[in-house]
Design a protein around this ligand. Structure first.
Ligand code: HEM
Ligand SMILES: *[C@@H]1O[C@H](CO)[C@@H](O)[C@H](O)[C@H]1NC(C)=O
Ligand SMILES: *[C@@H]1O[C@H](CO)[C@@H](O)[C@H](O)[C@H]1NC(C)=O
Length: 184
């Protein structure tokens, strides 16, 4: 113990000792991080046993084998067909903002109502995106805003770039969430 202490004391007296220690620790942290990444990559392809569905680089096919959902992952089961015959008034929609634990959580974009209950942690009362829930939040999504006053359906004042952002979000939701109707 005291030997180690003396050694460290001597070491720290050297010129550039501190930068050297910092550099060493950084490199060690870097290596640890990359080994962790490598191990994760080696763990997931349990599904790769079957060669028929692992044609080179089809990373999405292994998603269903992942134990917990990744950020932005596509759903592992196919979505139900959209129910365009259902129309939601803003009062009805507001019942689905996640405050009632027994009800599904809905987010509407450009008049299309998506069931986002699967991401309760994000859209529920304690979620960072709760302001989108139970309403059409087109304007906020287009403006990349989390302000409550922007969580409204009217996106008429969005510029071209913001409209593109909004359409990108629509496509994102369309791929991930069941469509349960349109806004009235
Ligand atoms: C510093 C700012 C932000 C950070 C660090 C951040 C981070 C993230 C992360 C990590 C996710 C993926 C979470 C997951 O799928 O588990 C996500 C999703 C999302 N973010 Fe953000 N975000 C930020 C700002 C915003 C803003 C300003 C908006 C406003 C439009 C926004 C809208 C969304 C939406 C709609 C999703 C998709 C949620 C879903 O999977 O349904 N984010 N964000
Ligand atoms: C791979 O999947 C195909 C069809 O899904 C099946 O016929 C075959 O036996 C599987 N191969 C292995 C090694 O599991
Ligand atoms: C679609 O919505 C209509 C109107 O609310 C409802 O009667 C019907 O059962 C729904 N269809 C499906 C497949 O959920």
């Amino acid at each position: 113990m005291s030997v180690l202490y003396t050694y460290l004391e001597d070491l720290l007296k050297q010129p550039y000792a501190l930068p050297t220690v910092i550099a060493t620790v950084s490199i060690a942290a870097f290596i640890t991080y990359f080994q962790g990444q490598k191990q994760q990559k080696q763990k997931t392809p349990e599904s790769n046993r079957n060669d028929s569905d692992t044609k080179k680089g089809s990373s999405e096919s292994s998603e269903s084998a992942a134990p917990k959902p990744k950020a932005f992952a596509l759903p592992s089961t196919p979505l139900p067909p959209p129910n365009w015959s259902r129309s939601w008034t803003s009062e009805e929609l507001s019942q689905h903002d996640g405050e009632d634990d027994d009800k599904a959580i809905y987010v509407a974009i450009k008049g299309t109502v998506f069931d986002v209950t699967a991401k309760k942690a994000m859209y529920g009362p304690s979620g960072g995106y709760h302001c989108f829930a139970g309403r059409d939040a087109s304007k906020a999504l287009g403006k990349s805003s989390l302000k409550v006053e922007d969580c409204v359906a009217d996106y008429s004042d969005l510029d071209e770039k913001e409209r593109k952002t909004l359409d990108d979000w629509y496509a994102f939701f369309e791929k991930r969430y069941p469509i349960v109707g349109k806004t009235a």
